[in-house]
Design a protein around this ligand. Structure first.
Ligand code: 6PG
Length: 258
C-alpha cells in the first residue's frame, strides 16, 4: 500500500482478480465498522466492466458475502447510461446480474436511477428526490454516502464526468443529466461534491490502456477538465486506488520487480 496523502492510498495488485479481492476485503471491513454505529450502510455503485468481478465476489464468495448483513445495505449508483434497466449498457442491469439478484435484499434497498425516462433531466430530478428521502436531507444539503465505488476511463473520466463536459463544474446540484458529445447522449451522474463527501471512495482501475491517464491523474498536472478523475479529492473521508500492475505501470511508485 502506497500513501499519496493523509487520506489517499494506492494498492497495486498482481492482476484484476487480486485487485477485486483486495477491494472486497476493504469494503467488507468498512461495512462491518460502520454498522457498529449505524443502522444502514449506503453505497453508490460504479458501472462499466471493471467492478463486475468485485460484485460477483461480494455476492458469491463466502469469504466476503457471509460477513455482510445485506438487509442493512442500500444500493445507489454513481451514474447511469440513458437506457432502460434491461438494456445491455445499463449499469443497473450489470450490478443486478452480477450481485443484487443473488442477494436476500428487500427491493426497497435498491435505489436505481430511472434512466428509462426519455427525459434525462427528469430522471436526474427523480433520483435527487430518492436520495434526499433516504438521507433525510433537504435542498442545499449534501448526502454522505458511506462508500462510493468509481472506475476510470482511458480518457481520465470517472462516473459520467467526462472531459470538457458541463457537469464538471457543478457545485450545487446532487445529480445532473450530463450531455456527452462522444456518445451523442445524456448520462445521469452524481456530481463531484457528492462523490467527494463520501466516507470512503474506492477507485478500481485495471488494464494497461489506462496507464497513461492514471499517471497523469495521480502524478501529472493536466487541467482537471481534461482528466476529471483528478476532481475526486475526498472532503473528509478516505480514498483508496485499487490498481492492477498493468494500470499502475506508469507510476513512479510502481516497482518494476514482479
Ligand atoms: C460507466 C462508469 C464509468 C466507468 C469507466 C470505466 O457508466 O461507464 O461509471 O465511469 O467506471 O468508464 O469503465 P470500464 O470499467 O468498463 O473500463
Amino acid at each position: 500500500m502506497y500513501t499519496i496523502s493523509k487520506n489517499q492510498k494506492i494498492e497495486i495488485a498482481a492482476d484484476a482478480e487480486a485487485m477485486c479481492r483486495a477491494a472486497a476485503e476493504t469494503l467488507v471491513q468498512h461495512i462491518g465498522k460502520t454498522l457498529q454505529t449505524k443502522d444502514v450502510y449506503s453505497i453508490a455503485l460504479s458501472g462499466g466492466s471493471t467492478p463486475r468481478r468485485l460484485y460477483a465476489l461480494l455476492a458469491d464468495d463466502p469469504a466476503f458475502g457471509h460477513q455482510i448483513p445485506w438487509e442493512r445495505i442500500h444500493f445507489f449508483w454513481g451514474d447511469e447510461r440513458h437506457v432502460s434497466p434491461d438494456h445491455p449498457d445499463s449499469n443497473y442491469r450489470m450490478a443486478f446480474e452480477a450481485m443484487l439478484s443473488h442477494l436476500p435484499l428487500p427491493s426497497t434497498n435498491i435505489h436505481r436511477i430511472r434512466a428509462e425516462n426519455p427525459d434525462a433531466r427528469k430522471a436526474a430530478e427523480d433520483y435527487v428526490r430518492d436520495i434526499r428521502r433516504f438521507f433525510g436531507i433537504t435542498n442545499g444539503d449534501m448526502p454522505r454516502f458511506n462508500c462510493v465505488l468509481l472506475g476510470m476511463g482511458s480518457d481520465g473520466h470517472t462516473a459520467s464526468l467526462f472531459p470538457d463536459s458541463p457537469a464538471l463544474s457543478e457545485q450545487k446540484r446532487l445529480v445532473v443529466a450530463n450531455w456527452v458529445e462522444k456518445f451523442d447522449s445524456f448520462r445521469i451522474t452524481l456530481t463531484v461534491p457528492v462523490l467527494n463527501n463520501a466516507d470512503l471512495i474506492l477507485f478500481l482501475v485495471s488494464g494497461g490502456e489506462k496507464a497513461d491517464a492514471l499517471q497523469t491523474v495521480l502524478e501529472g498536472d493536466a487541467p482537471t477538465d481534461r482528466y476529471p478523475a483528478q476532481l475526486i479529492q475526498p472532503a473528509r473521508g478516505a480514498l483508496v486506488w485499487f490498481l492492477d500492475r498493468s494500470a499502475a505501470s506508469g507510476l513512479t511508485c510502481f516497482d518494476q520487480k514482479p
